[in-house]
Design a protein around this ligand. Structure first.
Ligand SMILES: Cc1ncc(COP(=O)(O)O)c(C=O)c1O
Length: 383
């Protein structure tokens, strides 16, 4: 069983054999019972989040998802947490100590940046960087972690992941990456040199806008401090959510393929619309990071940002609110299309903007792309 799509269908089902169902049962638990004192003591010495011990470390359902995800990411281990943000916070916190410097890409997912600015800074030095060249000048022997996101939230820029990994490796610094956009299907993080790969499984892995889940993958060594932090803070994902995550995995590839095809079609069409200044989507040949995308990804999902021509707030509101197939709300990666005003923290690669009403994030869902373009065409007329 070597190919990714076959793995998606078959991994994480071992515990179903006992009950003769296709899917593993949801095992809910706080208490785990042991046959003997020896077994109880043994369990305490086993790897937390991989062996039954106490509900907070997971049950068979959690372990099914974690082992499946680790194998999909071609690595040893995975930790399931309550959300993608919880996974990011755990990874950053686990590498913070008074002598440490953590280097973070500036235009990451905004709540992660806020966590770094307002919480992490209390515990270590935090420095933001924009490019691999800047990173090279900042990384030193006190650096405990480099954190990147590909592509960056809202600005959709790609950093050269191999270059980042090489720079960090020269100082034996681990690199963590928010790999949510690419998913393990399109972004082989560990093969590119990432030590700790973080997925907000809330998005494409869940795929139905009905769960919150974070999955962090890496070798046992790379995840050791994050695992310890999660144990100490009781950071965990509920078995019911892990079960939904497993169910989402089964259809990940087919959904992504459709999201990507439709997004490219809509993005190409949007580029030709007079009211659209530009479309930020690395799969577009016109994108400044298209070559990096081709080298680092094997596909693209449905999330993109558009920059509208200059317009006033009222016209911007009319555009957003007149869309009928795009729900107005946060998140992405579900089956449905979404629209959200985008106000990036750092405007890397974007001209200074006179107002906030010009950038819009679109999630292209599984609807018929012709219907989505018709909806967008009507909304663009409002401008
Ligand atoms: C790129 C990225 N990373 C992480 C997260 C956080 O995931 P969650 O919503 O599961 O906390 C998000 C959420 O929007 C995101 O867009």
């Amino acid at each position: 069983m070597t190919r990714f799509d076959t793995k998606l269908a078959h991994l994480g089902r071992a515990s179903a054999d006992d009950v003769r169902t296709v899917n593993p049962p949801v095992t809910r638990a706080s208490t785990i019972l042991f046959d003997s004192l020896e077994h109880l003591r043994q369990a305490r010495n086993e790897v937390p989040f991989e062996t039954p011990r106490y509900g907070i470390y997971g049950t068979s359902t959690t372990f099914e998802l974690q082992t499946a995800m680790a194998e999909l990411c071609a690595t040893e281990s995975c930790i399931a947490t309550a959300s993608g943000l919880a996974a990011i916070a755990a990874t950053l916190s686990a590498h913070a100590h008074p002598d440490a410097r953590i280097l973070i890409q500036g235009d990451i997912y905004e709540p992660a940046r806020i966590f770094a600015e307002q919480e992490l800074r209390e515990r270590c030095e935090v420095v933001f960087f924009e490019t691999a060249e800047e990173l090279a000048a900042l990384v030193d022997d006190h650096t405990s972690l480099v954190f990147i996101e590909v592509p960056t939230s809202l600005t959709m820029r790609l950093i050269d992941v191999r270059a980042v990994a090489d720079i960090a490796a020269r100082h034996a610094v681990p690199v963590a990456c928010d790999s949510t956009w690419g998913t393990p299907r399109y972004f082989d993080a560990h093969a590119l040199g990432i030590d700790i790969s973080i997925h907000a499984a809330t998005k494409y892995i869940g795929g139905h806008s009905d769960l919150m889940l974070g999955l962090t993958t890496g070798t046992y060594d790379a995840l050791a401090s994050t695992r310890e932090w999660c144990v100490r803070y009781g950071s965990t994902a509920a078995p019911d959510v892990c079960w939904l995550g497993l169910r989402g995995l089964r259809t990940l590839s087919v959904r992504l393929e459709r999201h990507g095809e439709s997004a490219l079609q809509v993005a190409t069409w949007l580029e030709q619309q007079p009211a659209v200044e530009r479309v930020l989507y690395p799969a577009l040949p016109s994108d400044p990071d298209h070559e990096l995308w081709r080298n680092q990804f094997s596909g693209a999902p449905g999330l993109l940002t558009i920059e509208l021509r200059r317009c006033d707030e009222a016209a911007y509101a009319r555009f957003v609110e007149s869309l009928s197939l795009f729900g107005l709300g946060a998140s992405w990666g579900g089956f449905e299309s979404l629209v959200l005003p985008a106000v990036p923290h750092v405007r890397r690669g974007l001209d200074p903007q006179p107002d906030d009403g010009r950038l819009v994030r679109l999630h292209i869902g599984l609807e018929d792309p012709d219907d989505l373009m018709a909806d967008l065409a009507g909304a663009l007329e409002q401008l």
